[in-house]
Design a protein around this ligand. Sequence first.
Ligand SMILES: Nc1ncnc2c1ncn2[C@@H]1O[C@H](COP(=O)(O)OP(=O)(O)OP(=O)(O)O)[C@@H](O)[C@H]1O
Ligand SMILES: [Mg+2]
Length: 234
Amino acid sequence: MLRISDIQVSYGDYQVIWGVSLEVREGEVVSLLGPNGSGKSTVFNTISGLLKPHAGSIEFTGRRIDGQATHDIVRLGLAHILERRRVFPYLTVRQNLWLGGYHPDARAHRAQTLAQVYDMFPRLRERQTQLAHSLSGGEQQMLALGRGLMSRPRLLMVDEPFLGLAPAIVEEMKDAFARINADGVSILFIEQNVQVALNMSSRGYILESGRLALAGTSRELLESAEVKRIFLGG
Ligand SMILES: Nc1ncnc2c1ncn2[C@@H]1O[C@H](COP(=O)(O)OP(=O)(O)OP(=O)(O)O)[C@@H](O)[C@H]1O
Ligand SMILES: [Mg+2]
């Protein structure tokens, strides 16, 4: 479904991604791990078209998407939930969600998708007329996720969905991901906590200083001494 081959990405003259390759197959849940500053968000921003790789290629559903505009990539079925749950603070919950279903293919099903999002997160339905900035952190994360779902993605990419959330909300978000995946949506997510990430995914990739340090099944990675070295410096 998604195949990244040997991408190189720079901010100006400063190269941060050095030949990363990664893939997500239909229906999979895959995690992208790595210490702070290892380039995880940069990889996501490159996939969704916010940054352009200066070498390598990115294919989604059999098409080259590197160099394409973000709105065209969204239309192909790829939704990217940015780090720190960026919602429009002075729009209501409902307006935020409505905007997520903007592209023509999603627009035709907007009311139906909105009802599905509200069923998944009843708290958003209760707060639909409230301004987004007045929501709690957990509710804003639900809103960011719900807005992504409004585009009816085939692949959902989520950058640190659990950051700063209370344990009970983390559990609620995990349930939501399981339901989204059961509906046939593939998921690629970034998470700092190795245990949490690998328990939720079937495979993982580990970045270290902009390079792929390890890749494997979650079971292999959980048992790997190399993983312990990267994250615990052991
Ligand atoms: N807009 C930018 N301009 C210049 N350098 C940047 C920019 N964004 C990120 N970087 C640098 O690129 C490197 C990778 O950053 P990135 O945000 O991709 O890492 P990350 O793995 O997502 O980190 P974190 O776990 O802190 O979110 C870091 O050295 C960072 O300082
Ligand atoms: Mg990041």
